[in-house]
Write a protein that binds this ligand. Structure first.
Ligand code: FAD
Ligand code: FES
Length: 262
């Protein structure tokens, strides 16, 4: 039976941008990681906080049995703040990998891929881009951040093959000034598949512009409790059947664009 929960070991933990931490975890759960876009459900090391925190897997290394997550911390009362205080060598209670990720099997080398990420929605797109690199397809990657201070993973994306990377910041402190939707306006090729993760307004803009695209994949965020489909805390509306609730934790977090009522 696949492993779903483990006390993983923290190999490293560091602040990589303002209030954004990168944590590398080691353990057997890495064996189960398959699709980019899946997430881990982390227990907070604080007995007063019972709910786990869902955090996307940003990348993994099966040989080293490690995976990397990037997460933004809240204020001193938040669970993510407590998680950021864990030191190298400490253990953390992890469930996962959970949810349905971005499909990559169907991608062929002639596909023109558009990846659109915003803020703390960017991390799962990195493992996706790594896997698409293996397919030798052309990738245009558009990333938006509030400012240069919270820009993440630029170097990692830029080092991949066949990538055209563009960055926008809301305040103009780096790259194009404005939101990532402005970069989308400059896309001048026919997109075969689009993958996106980020703030709701950005996802809505992507879904509107590419509403006719069959292979539009949107990763959704929602507040979660159980993380495994048992509590209905995380539901979204199904565009094709309004009486049907889509559970972000189990049916998602990645959905086909045509499924979602954004
Ligand atoms: P607290 O205020 O202590 O949280 C209180 C409660 O609200 C907790 O139960 C918490 O889980 C919930 N909550 C608060 N904000 C959110 C939110 N935006 N989404 C979901 N639950 C919330 N964040 C990252 O920084 N990096 C990631 O890679 C990442 N991936 C995610 C993947 C998925 C599938 C989902 C659903 C969310 C993801 N998030 C990610 C958002 C992250 O889970 C929340 O920011 C985090 O749970 C907030 O917890 P906290 O301890 O900082 O805040
Ligand atoms: Fe419980 Fe999704 S979080 S059903």
């Amino acid at each position: 039976m696949p492993k779903l929960q483990e006390m993983m070991t923290i190999v490293s933990q560091r602040e990589v941008a303002s209030n954004i931490f990168e944590m590398v975890l080691k353990g057997e759960l890495v064996e189960e990681m398959d699709l980019p876009g899946q997430f881990l459900h982390l227990a907070v090391p604080n007995a007063n906080m019972l709910l786990r925190r869902p955090i996307s897997i940003s990348s993994w290394d099966k040989v080293a049995k490690t995976c990397t997550i990037l997460y933004r911390i809240g204020d001193e009362t938040s669970g993510t703040y407590d998680i950021s205080k864990l030191q190298t060598g400490a253990k953390i209670d992890v469930m996962g990998p959970l949810g349905n990720g971005f499909p990559v099997d169907e991608v062929v080398s002639t596909d023109k891929i558009l990846i659109v990420g915003g803020g703390i929605g960017v991390p799962p797109l990195y493992e996706l881009a790594k896997q698409l690199e293996e397919k030798n397809c052309q990738m245009t990657i558009l990333l938006g951040f509030a400012s240069e201070k919270v820009k993440i993973l630029e170097k990692e994306f830029a080092e991949l093959k066949n990538v055209s990377l563009k960055i926008a910041t809301d305040d103009g402190s780096y790259g194009t000034k404005g939101h990532v939707g402005m970069l989308m306006e400059e896309v001048d090729f026919e997109v075969d598949a689009l993958y996106t993760c980020g703030a709701p307004a950005m996802l809505k803009a992507v879904a509107k512009k590419y509403d006719q695209l069959e292979r539009l994949y949107i990763s959704m965020e929602s507040r979660m409790a159980c993380g495994i489909g048992a509590c209905y805390a995380c539901v979204e509306h199904d565009k094709e059947d309004e009486n049907h609730a889509l559970k972000v934790c189990e049916d998602g977090p990645v959905f086909l664009g045509k499924q979602l009522l954004l």
